[in-house]
Design a protein around this ligand. Structure first.
Ligand code: FAD
Ligand code: MG
Ligand code: MG
Length: 317
């Protein structure tokens, strides 16, 4: 085998296909990486009865819960993102996620009254944090934290750090939409940008990155159809319904996958024009917007090279 041979290791964790790429044959390292991901899943999950986040949710309206440092820090970061002016990100969206059940068995459009009732218990300011105690208190009964839009980003960064500690200079972890890369094998990692709603691995383009995270959020990832309409899993915390604008997907390129995960949601809420305007103030974050009308907009291209791969999509200038 040549010195550039890639070994791929896969697993299913967090309800998602997980892919690890290394330049050495090291089953033991791959299994340590998967256990690390599993440990974080066990802390953050809301898809099982027990986890530290579920402990907080179960105690809503009753008492604060002391949690471990990573859980506390991630919740603190998610609360800050939720409180940015006009933010579409909301860590307290749990009651609405559970109501819609998008991507899970039995998903259907809920009653408007039920959506309105749940909106009242999704206020980020009702997530009360205590730095000294590392405790979290949900002030209203029925409140639920959901870290689904941020946890994979956090975990991808921890995997990167772990691989660095293990002396790995080149590698890739894909947590199902959240990619974090180390190093630059043969010039850079090539990451595909999926063609929305297309079968298989069809791409609208690919990018080449070095030591960057690439996170994509799309309406096509988890959705169901009802009444001739498509209902996807990124909810608008103002209306309680899926975010409805010109976008099919947003891909964010950044150093940390945590930022990428937060920003895909923020940018989804802003749309192309406002999103690009905001990114002009952030040299470290860039985005690729894929619109329903088959336009691709790049916020800039400092940290990546974009190659279009589908002639039915137009690259805007
Ligand atoms: P993103 O766009 O990054 O996030 C969308 C997700 O965030 C939604 O699915 C919802 O959970 C939440 N959300 C929706 N609207 C908002 C909003 N406005 N603000 C903030 N958050 C919002 N899936 C399974 O099928 N089975 C599992 O057992 C399972 N376990 C998981 C355990 C963990 C620890 C994590 C992190 C995820 C798990 N998932 C599981 C996947 C999860 O349900 C979400 O689908 C996934 O996290 C969405 O990530 P994304 O990158 O595709 O989308
Ligand atoms: Mg996200
Ligand atoms: Mg994500």
């Amino acid at each position: 085998m040549s010195e550039h041979s890639v070994w791929s290791y896969s697993a299913v964790l967090m309800g998602s296909p997980i892919l690890l790429k290394l330049f050495s044959h090291d089953e033991a390292l791959a299994s340590r990486v998967f256990s690390l991901i599993k440990q974080y899943e066990d802390l953050f999950t809301v898809n099982r009865a027990n986890s530290q986040v579920m402990d907080i949710n179960h105690a809503a309206g009753r008492h604060p819960v002391i949690v471990s440092r990573p859980v506390y820090e991630l919740i603190k970061c998610a609360k800050a993102a939720s409180q940015l002016p006009g933010s579409a990100f909301n860590l307290a969206i749990g009651p609405l996620v559970k109501l819609w059940r998008i991507g899970f068995k039995g998903d259907s459009v809920p009653d408007a009254d039920e959506i309105a009732a749940r909106l009242c218990i999704t206020r980020p300011q009702d997530v009360i944090l205590d730095d000294a105690a590392t405790s979290v208190f949900l002030a209203q009964p029925g409140m639920e934290i959901d870290l689904g839009a941020i946890a994979k980003g956090f975990i991808a960064d921890r995997v990167r750090d772990y691989l660095h500690q293990q002396g790995i200079s080149d590698g890739l972890i894909n947590l199902g939409g959240n990619v974090q890369t180390l190093g630059s094998p043969q010039g850079g990692w090539i990451i595909g940008v999926k063609k929305p709603f297309a079968a298989g691995d069809a791409l609208v383009g690919s990018i080449e990155v070095v030591n960057k995270s690439v996170v994509t959020s799309g309406t096509y990832e988890r959705y169901f159809e009802q009444d001739g309409k498509l209902w996807h899993h990124i909810l608008d915390p103002r209306s309680g319904y899926p975010l409805n604008n010109e976008l099919d997907s947003v891909t964010v390129i950044s150093t940390d996958s945590l930022d990428g995960d937060i920003w895909t949601t923020l940018l989804f809420g802003l749309g192309v024009e406002k999103g690009c305007a905001l990114l002009r103030q952030r040299q470290d974050i860039e985005a690729i917007f894929v619109s329903k009308n088959r336009e691709i907009t790049l916020s800039s291209r400092r940290q990546f090279h974009f190659t279009p791969l589908d002639a039915s999509y137009r690259l805007t200038d």
